[in-house]
Every structure is written in structure tokens, then in C-alpha cells.
Design a protein around this ligand. Structure first.
Ligand code: ACM
Ligand code: ZN
Length: 526
């Protein structure tokens, strides 16, 4: 009888989240009470134990909630928002958040969980929560990434921090930093100063064309460039870490390396001359694998990279490296012969394994794009599937960890509508919000293979983006759909329900933050 009364009371008091409180990504459990919440407009956060967490949250959220009339500050024992670490809260980045009257309590097994709970709190505050609520949640994937291409266009430190802020509110936790490209080398390497003196500047290139419906961008015949000093890198890594985001640097080996070749022409098979590339697309000129000096260069660069990035992964690129130069190069052919390699693809695998050994000695694993599979790869390498051609499925089935970044769903440089007439020039595919929503990262995988899916990621390639407002616009609101797939452990709800939730919480958040977002999703409402 007592159980029945409790069950009836619970069903009376608890409403489904869809009806009231709206959170993206959808939490595992939302129980809304009929009792009123009375969250004040001046929110104090307990900073006694988790001081940095509290301060980072206040800084991030003040910039958003301040515009909604809510202020945040540090408090002590009487603070409105209090935290507690409890090992009884189980699951990846799991947390329990309770709002009772004017008080908020967040419990989690780790600071990562507290941080996730705080991001949910921002959503409750921005939508003007009026009922007590209990939210229990945990993440589906441990890798929830976003990549920013800083090669095609260079983003100032402040812009990179904005990208990290945007990731944080979406509960994304891995920043993949694309730092080297044909069109610009962006990371200071002390041993090779020409990489930035020469390789960070191109002699012209394409900038965003602001004419709506334009099919090409605007060529600007002026030098363009920029790079991150090692101090800048440390600053960004510290900033990301404070926002509970791991930074993974990407150093492209052996393709997308023309900026390095322009700096040190001996790195190429022909010896040049080369110039930092002004056009987009794929260059035939890549690192010459046959010369010992090339491997030494890669290891020297990675030595400095390892010092700067404390995380367990280094992304070594590996995509789109044509093999034509190697086929004609006496150095590459001599190495092939000496090592008994049968194909040029195996030459790439040879340098990949050397780099992998070097990083393993420093406690790090490699991540590489699909193409690292072509000449064979060790099981220890993590494969980033961008082609969406079963590379990820096959690698996972073979026991490699994988990250699913299918270019048909996760490439946020692509158009957002079928009818592109209302858009600025973008990358050639259409990936509207509804398409992102359809992404199933474990499709075609059995349970054993699924266990190797570390997570998913969205990519912001920047051929068509030369100001940060466009970066926001291309990511928002698509990042809302991506983060729900990355995070939610619940059954995927209907798209219309997701749209309602997103409109109820993320759109007001973007507005309060002053982040540029695309409104094309409005046409999707039925
Ligand atoms: C890629 O888009 N080339 C990884
Ligand atoms: Zn060569």
C-alpha cells in the first residue's frame, strides 16, 4: 500500500521533461515537481572546495546569463549553488542536479560531472525555470569532440577561446586543433623557426564572400597569415583544461604539408621550390618519406608538441596524401626496397609506425584519419573515420578504437539547406540540422565493435570561413544535434521533439550569449 501511494505521488509530481523543463542534450531522467522553484537573479556559487571550477563557470556563464539579467558570483557556505563529490553517482561524467526552491545542489563522481551539471544549470536559468526539478544524467561517449581548422584561416587566441566556450555549453569535451596545413603552418616550433617565419604566411587567398547565394569566395591578393607562439598554445591548453576540455593537436604527416615544404624544401621529394599554397584542394607535394631527415624533422616537431600538450593523444593526420611523388622519388624508392615494402601506401604506414613508436615512448597514442588504414595500421592506432565508407566499422571490428566523424553528417563547413540561395558560399554537401540528427555513429557494428567507438566529433573546416561570426553560424544550431548524439544515453526522440527542446533552451542561450546562429531550422517545424 505504502509503495502504491509513493508511486501515485511520484507520477502526480513528476512530469515528462518534454512538457516543461527543456534540456539539450536530453538527460537520462528529468523529474519536475509541481512545487515552484524560486531561483534568484543573483546566483552565488560555492567556491570553497572547487574554486577553479566555480570561477571558470562564473566567467563562462556570466557572459551568457548577464544578458538575461542573471548575475553569478562566488559564495561560501550560504551559496545558492553547492557541489558535492559522491562516488555513488555512477557513469561517464554523470551528475545529479536538484533544484529546491532557491537552492541548487549538484552531485557527481568527478569534477567533469559537476561541470556537466553546471552546463545544465545554465540552460535552466536561461529558460527561467519555475518548478523544482531533479535531473539525473550521464554521457554516452567519453570522446565528444569538435575540430577547428586553423590552417585554412587563422583564428586569434580569443577566437579559439570562443570556440572552446561554445563547445563547453554543449558538453563537448575534446578540442581537436588542426594546426598544420598546405595553406599555413600555425604552431611555433623552436627548432624549425622557418615553419612560422615562412610557412605561416601565404601570398594571397580566398576570403568569405558576403554576397548571399554566391558560388565562390573572394580572392584577395594580399599576404595572409598568423601562428600560435608556444606561450599562446599553453594559454589555450590551460583555458581548455579549465573548461574540462582535452586538447588534441593535429600535425599532418605526410600530406597537407606544403607550408612545411615551403619553409624547408628538403622535406619534399623534388626539393622544390614550393610556396605556401593559396588555392584550396589537395597538393601532389607531400613529405618525402625516403629521406632520413624527414623522419627526424617529424620527431623533432613532435618532441616539442608533446611538451606543449599533456593529453594522451596526438593526431597525425594522414589523409589525402597523394603517392605520385613517392613513386618517382629515388629516396622513397630506395627506402621501399630497403624495408621490403610492396606499395607506396606501405611507405605511409612505415612513417606512421615510426611516429607511433616515438609517441608511445612518451606515453601517447596516435589518432589518424581513415587513410592510415590503407597500408596497414597497428591495433594501437585510433582511427578517425571521416570518409564514412566503413573504415571506422572495419577498424573497430579489428579492435582499433575509432572516432566517428562522417563527412556526410558531421562536417559543419557544408551548406545547411537544400536550396542554397539564402546561404553564403560553403562546402559542397548539404548537411541541414535534420541530417546531423540522423547520424548513427554505431551503424553496422556489432556489440564488440561498438565498444571501440570512443565517440564522435564535428569538424569546422575553414576554407569558406574567414571571420568568427561565420564559425558560430556554421556550428549553431548543428552542434546541438551533434551533442545530443554524443551525450544522450536515452532512446533518440522524434526530430520534432528535439526541435522543441532546442528552441526552448539552446536558442535562448545562443541569443543571450550573442552567438550568431542559423535560423534555417525554423522551416522544419511541422
Ligand atoms: C578530411 O576531411 N580531409 C579529413
Ligand atoms: Zn621522396
Amino acid at each position: 500500500m505504502r509503495k502504491l501511494i509513493i508511486a501515485l505521488a511520484a507520477s502526480f509530481l513528476c512530469l515528462n521533461a518534454a512538457a516543461g523543463v527543456k534540456v539539450v542534450p536530453q538527460p537520462l531522467e528529468v523529474k519536475e515537481s509541481r512545487w515552484s522553484a524560486k531561483l534568484p537573479s543573483e546566483i552565488t556559487i560555492d567556491a570553497r572546495k572547487h574554486t577553479e571550477l566555480a570561477q571558470t563557470y562564473i566567467d563562462l556563464s556570466s557572459a551568457i546569463l548577464g544578458n538575461a539579467g542573471i548575475t553569478l558570483s562566488k559564495g561560501g557556505c550560504c551559496a545558492k549553488v553547492k557541489f558535492c563529490i559522491s562516488k555513488r553517482v555512477k557513469g561517464q561524467d554523470a551528475y545529479v542536479l536538484k533544484v529546491r526552491g532557491s537552492k541548487v545542489r549538484i552531485k557527481a563522481a568527478s569534477e567533469d560531472g559537476l561541470w556537466a551539471g553546471l552546463q545544465t544549470l545554465t540552460q535552466l536559468l536561461v529558460q527561467g525555470l519555475d518548478k523544482n526539478v531533479t535531473i539525473k544524467d550521464k554521457a554516452r561517449f567519453r570522446y565528444r569532440g569538435a575540430m577547428l581548422d586553423c590552417g585554412r584561416h587563422f583564428w586569434e587566441v580569443e577566437d579559439v577561446k570562443k570556440f572552446i566556450d561554445m563547445m563547453a555549453v554543449h558538453k563537448l569535451n575534446v578540442f581537436h586543433w588542426h594546426l598544420t596545413e598546405d595553406q599555413g603552418w600555425r604552431i611555433e616550433i623552436k627548432k624549425y623557426p622557418l615553419l612560422t617565419e615562412v610557412g605561416s604566411i601565404r601570398n594571397g587567398g580566398y576570403m568569405t564572400n558576403y554576397e548571399v547565394g554566391a558560388k565562390v569566395d573572394t580572392y584577395v591578393d594580399e599576404p595572409y597569415g598568423g601562428f600560435y607562439t608556444q606561450e599562446d598554445i599553453k594559454e589555450i591548453v590551460a583555458y581548455a583544461t579549465a573548461h574540462h576540455i582535452l586538447v588534441i593537436p593535429e600535425i599532418e604527416i605526410p600530406g597537407h604539408s606544403v607550408a612545411a615544404l615551403a619553409s624547408y624544401p628538403w622535406l619534399g621529394c623534388t626539393g622544390g621550390p614550393y610556396e605556401v599554397r593559396k588555392e584550396w584542394g589537395i597538393s601532389q607535394d607531400v613529405l618525402c618519406i625516403g629521406k632520413e631527415t624527414t623522419l627526424q624533422f617529424c620527431l623533432d616537431v613532435l618532441e616539442e608538441v608533446c611538451e606543449l600538450f599533456p593529453g594522451p593523444y596526438v593526431h597525425i593526420g594522414g589523409d589525402e596524401a597523394p603517392r605520385t611523388r613517392w613513386a618517382e622519388c629515388p629516396h622513397c624508392q630506395a627506402l621501399k626496397e630497403k624495408e621490403g615494402l610492396k606499395t607506396e601506401a606501405e611507405l605511409q604506414s612505415w612513417i606512421t609506425s615510426k611516429v607511433e613508436d616515438f609517441l608511445a615512448e612518451r606515453g601517447k597514442s596516435i589518432i589518424g584519419w581513415d587513410e592510415i588504414l590503407e597500408g596497414g595500421v597497428r591495433q594501437s592506432a585510433v582511427v578517425m573515420d571521416w570518409l564514412g565508407k566503413e573504415g571506422g566499422q572495419k577498424a573497430a571490428a579489428a579492435g582499433n578504437d575509432v572516432i566517428m566523424v562522417n563527412k556526410h553528417y558531421c562536417y559543419f563547413d557544408c551548406y545547411q539547406t537544400e536550396d542554397r540561395s539564402q546561404e553564403l558560399c560553403a562546402h559542397r554537401r548539404n548537411i541541414p540540422l535534420s541530417k546531423v540528427w540522423e547520424f548513427d555513429p554505431v551503424s553496422g557494428m556489432d556489440e564488440a565493435a561498438q565498444a571501440h567507438v570512443l565517440g564522435i566529433q564535428c569538424n569546422t573546416w575553414t576554407e569558406h570561413l574567414s571571420d568568427f561570426d561565420r564559425v558560430y553560424f556554421m556550428n549553431l544550431p548543428r552542434m546541438s544535434a551533434l551533442c545530443e548524439i554524443a551525450w544522450s544515453t536515452t532512446e533518440r526522440c522524434p526530430y520534432q521533439e528535439f526541435l522543441q527542446r532546442m528552441e526552448g533552451t539552446m536558442i535562448p542561450l545562443y541569443k543571450a550569449a550573442g552567438w550568431n546562429f542559423a535560423e534555417f531550422y525554423k522551416a522544419d517545424f511541422e
